[in-house]
Design a protein around this ligand. Structure first.
Ligand code: EPU
Length: 342
């Protein structure tokens, strides 16, 4: 039988993180077949590795010790009743490639999440979201290896504890290794078009009754116009989460700062736009050496070439401190930071 995992020691992590910062792992085990996961973990002698997907939501502020990457990319249709279709993909499948595969079958549900970098396995961990849809709304179940018990378990969507850019997996990263995800998609679902700009982009293309692929193409256009391509300039998408504050604090901010965007979360909470707050503090396009803020979007930190992870982290801290000072609002990073604490 061919080996179904590989051990590299050491491993260069620079090509494996979309920030493109220099870092290495003492050991890296890459698992081609999820069935080999227990053996692969044993090869590390029982230490709990850092689990990596596409490296698109990570900042290496230092080197890593043991790293595990799942390279199993299999995907399949689990069931199809003519309307609702359950599809499944192993954790290592490329997210955007998987979305395109569902769209090629004219299945609706993931089109608003087109072009997000990363893997299927990473998607539920931070509950990726864009243009009015969060992936947790489409998840039927996540299969994950529980390092506390050594067993693979199946968690239904409720057990995943999805919240804004959050889940049980993100809250206990030492415990869970996501191995596969199942999604419920629809053949005739109404598209979600409420996010600013989406209807306009479709109208400009002369489309008034969009299929899922049309929506994805509009989303891809909007993303390309706003967000820097990690293949061209290193970045990890939004570096900060949009802060959620009590409604009274949001009302005070609206009174003090004309034009501040505020979004309702529930009766007592409001979501603010981190990009707007950072922009108003003058950071858009700012550059300290090779660490910078994208010229087109204030929420995205970029590596202009050889920025180190700790330099990007230092810039992020200065940005957060200035937002705290001017608006009294704390910012939390969205990517996982390795080798330092926020
Ligand atoms: N804005 C500015 N300056 C900027 C950019 C934006 O003032 O440089 C203001 C504008 O008022 C704009 C508002 O911020 O209306 C919101 O901007 P945008 O629509 O780009 O959305 P976002 O809140 O910055 C979030 C997600 C993105 C996702 C988009 C679209 C988070 C942290 N980010 O960004 O997700 O693509 O909405 O749904 O929730 C990611 O998580 O990595 C990511 C890119």
């Amino acid at each position: 039988m061919p080996a179904s995992f590989r051990l590299l020691q050491p491993a260069d992590l620079r090509p494996r993180n979309t920030f493109g910062v220099a870092a290495s792992a003492r050991r890296l085990v890459e698992v081609d077949d999820i069935a080999a996961l227990p053996q692969a973990l044993q090869s590390l002698g029982g230490t709990r590795p850092l689990v990596m997907g596409g490296g698109s939501n990570l900042l290496f502020a230092g080197d890593a010790d043991d790293v595990l990457a799942i390279a199993d990319t299999r995907r399949s249709v689990v069931s199809d009743d003519g309307e609702r279709v359950v599809v499944r993909a192993a954790a290592g499948a490329d997210w955007h490639g998987f979305v395109l595969w569902t769209l090629a079958q004219d299945l609706g549900g993931l089109e608003n999440l087109a072009l997000i970098p990363g893997t299927v396995g990473a998607a539920p961990i931070q509950n990726i979201g864009a243009y009015g849809v969060e992936v947790g709304e489409r998840v039927v179940a996540v299969e994950a290896f529980d390092q506390d018990t050594g067993r693979v378990v199946r968690l239904d969507a409720a057990a995943c504890g999805f919240a804004y850019r959050d889940s049980v997996f993100k809250r206990a990263p030492e415990r869970w290794i996501v191995t596969a995800v199942e999604f419920e998609l629809q053949r005739f679902a109404a598209p979600v078009l409420d996010y600013a700009g989406l209807r306009g982009t479709l109208a400009a293309r002369g489309i008034d009754d969009p299929r899922p692929l049309d929506v994805a193409e509009a989303v891809i256009d909007i993303r390309r116009s706003k967000l820097p391509d990690p293949a061209v300039i290193g970045n990890a998408g939004s570096f900060f989460k949009n802060p959620i504050v009590p409604a009274a604090q949001a009302a005070a901010l609206v009174a003090a700062h004309a034009g501040i965007p505020v979004f309702a979360v529930d009766a007592g909470l409001r979501k603010l736009s981190a990009a707007w707050l950072i922009d108003r503090c003058g950071w858009k396009g700012h550059r300290d050496g090779d660490a910078g803020v994208a010229a087109g979007h204030a929420l995205v930190l970029v590596n202009h070439g050889d920025a180190r992870g700790d330099e990007l982290l230092g810039l992020a801290r200065r940005i957060a401190a200035s937002v705290q000072m001017r608006f009294g609002v704390g910012l939390e990073p969205e990517p996982r930071i390795v080798g330092a604490r926020w």
